[in-house]
Design a protein around this ligand. Structure first.
Ligand code: NAI
Ligand code: PYR
Length: 309
């Protein structure tokens, strides 16, 4: 499958690398306003292919996107230490205004996978600017937060993250909702697993895990300036689900009507992802508190989008 990546910075470069190492793509085109950056990133990633999967990796202009089935949008500014994702909206919406028409001219049948932050509002922006059906504009959303939740909970329970099922829903950001009521390991509800393992999920433990998940980006940005490996893994996972028509359930962002009333917003819910994008949205049975928090998250995103998007 041919994948385009617009924005060959930390996220775009790491995503190209994850795509070739996992075999999710057999052709990757990197496009960036800084042409030299894209060329260097493509060359570096190409050199990883003998250790992963054969793939053509190159840089170029938008004209090289012809035939791309998925285009990843990672162009834009990242957060500075202490900055929230929502503070990036104005700058990154402007970038998408320049990028999206060029993408669609070259690859009119592509699916868009949005990574730039604030990713939920940027998914709404991409949907509006592209005019594509909602199911063909997928935000990485909380796929990363869900991975963080699974990793942190697994660490506490002493079990492999792949054996933990636990979702983060709503905004990829400060108002996200960790769904403790549905968390499970090996098919056993997390509280019961924790008791059996002698590692109870006390209020303190839950608060610590919540902080580890919700504040992860802030900590990593303080430590190394930006985050990129986690999201690159998440995007490669989405691309693989599309390329292999997996119908995998992933927490990704898409424009949804009606959540909490008012204008449509994009936010994350568990969604079935396959060849044509989002095939179905699932509505998990949340506790009353989680449902309220999810509606609050939708309201925060609606407010951030303002009347404009
Ligand atoms: N969704 C998620 O979970 C995550 C999202 N991000 C977001 O991804 C975005 C990119 O982050 P980084 O790669 O760290 O930033 P970066 O600054 O390393 O890379 C951004 C790239 O976009 C390019 N660019 C800017 N304007 C452009 C335009 N008009 N046309 C083409 N290229 C353009 C820049 O030249 C630069 O190479 C940020 O908005 C960041 O917040 C980062 C990590 C996780
Ligand atoms: C930067 C960002 O959105 C993250 O790592 O969660």
């Amino acid at each position: 499958m041919k994948i385009g990546i617009i924005g060959a910075g930390m996220v775009g470069g790491a995503t190209a690398n994850a795509l070739v190492l996992t075999g999710a793509a057999d052709e990757v085109v990197l496009v960036d306003a800084l042409a030299d950056r894209a060329v260097a990133e493509a060359e570096d990633v190409l050199h990883a292919t003998p250790f992963g999967h054969d793939a053509r990796v190159f840089a170029g202009g938008y004209d090289r996107l012809g035939g791309a089935e998925v285009v990843v949008l990672s162009a834009g500014v990242p957060q500075k230490p202490g900055e929230t994702r929502l503070q990036l909206l104005g700058r990154n919406a402007e970038v998408f205004g320049a990028v999206i028409p060029q993408v669609l001219r070259a690859a009119p049948d592509c699916l868009l996978v949005v990574a730039a932050n604030p990713v939920d509002v940027m998914t709404l922006v991409a949907r509006r600017l592209s005019g594509l059906p909602a199911e063909r504009v997928i935000g990485s959303g909380t796929i990363l937060d869900t991975a963080r939740f699974r990793a942190c909970l697994a660490g506490h329970l002493g079990v492999a993250p792949s054996s933990v099922h636990a979702y983060v829903l709503g905004e990829h950001g400060d108002s996200e909702v960790l769904c403790w009521s549905q968390a499970a390991a090996g098919g056993v509800p997390a509280p019961s697993f924790a008791e059996q393992a002698g590692r109870p999920l006390t209020a303190e433990v839950r608060a610590a895990i919540d902080g580890d998940v919700r504040r992860a980006a802030y900590r990593i940005i303080r430590g190394k300036g930006a985050t990129w490996y986690g999201i690159a893994g998440g995007i490669a996972r989405i691309v693989r689900a599309i390329g292999r028509d997996e119908r995998a359930v992933l927490t990704v962002s898409a424009v949804a009507e009606g959540l909490g009333g008012g204008r449509p917003v994009a936010l994350s819910l568990p969604r079935i992802v396959g060849r044509d994008g989002v095939l179905m949205t699932l509505h998990p049975q949340l506790s009353e508190e989680e449902q309220t928090l999810l509606e609050r998250s939708a309201a925060a995103l609606r407010e951030a989008a303002g009347g404009r998007w």
